[in-house]
Ligand binder design. Sequence first.
Ligand SMILES: *[C@@H]1O[C@H](CO)[C@@H](O)[C@H](O)[C@H]1NC(C)=O
Ligand SMILES: *[C@@H]1O[C@H](CO)[C@@H](O)[C@H](O)[C@H]1NC(C)=O
Length: 207
Amino acid sequence: MKPSLFFVPFLLFVLTNTRSISSATTDDFIYDIAGKKVDKNTPYYIGPVNWANGGGIKLSNTKCPVHVIQDPKEVTKGDSFEFVLNAAKEQFLRISYPLGVSINLTKSNGKCKESSFLKIDDMESKPPSNFIRSGGLFNTAVSCFQFVKYPKPTNAKMPSYLLQLCPSVCGAGPHGCFNISTSVYKGIKYLGASGTPLELVFKKASA
Ligand SMILES: *[C@@H]1O[C@H](CO)[C@@H](O)[C@H](O)[C@H]1NC(C)=O
Ligand SMILES: *[C@@H]1O[C@H](CO)[C@@H](O)[C@H](O)[C@H]1NC(C)=O
């Protein structure tokens, strides 16, 4: 038997198995903690993998603009967020798909009449100018978000994600993506473009 032929059955085995493994992992949908695909235009709570490391993500109920903060309490669910996909025909969120993040301003204080899309005006500046705030515009550089898989998940069985702002994907702005992170400013933990990257999970908000 020629040595090259000897390897054929082995190669076939490898190819067949690689195919079945990769078909499971090429799925780039984003999943909530119940194992369901995250849907667009549907309210979700977002929070840390281990909700005990700080509570859910909520809106500041201060005057306009409304900011996004992390509740220090362990048990709070926070406020809900909705995701609007730039690819209008798609139904579910995927890794690295550009999207807008929308909040319910009526729920937060009812007084802020800005647009409900989130934005960061200047991702390269220092806090508080690089915090996430209301008043964005869908499909523009300052409101151009995406989710990616968290590089080193805390819990291998729980899909966790990182929110990023990628200005140049939607318009003229700095290249690359900025990790949405938390940093404490005047005693409040804000979400913005600097600090500790936020490893987050999704929980569907029941109506
Ligand atoms: C926003 O919140 C208010 C007050 O809780 C609620 O009445 C309204 O239905 C909400 N709007 C959306 C779009 O969820
Ligand atoms: C974003 O955060 C992750 C996790 O800490 C890190 O691995 C990655 O290098 C960061 N990326 C950027 C662009 O800062």
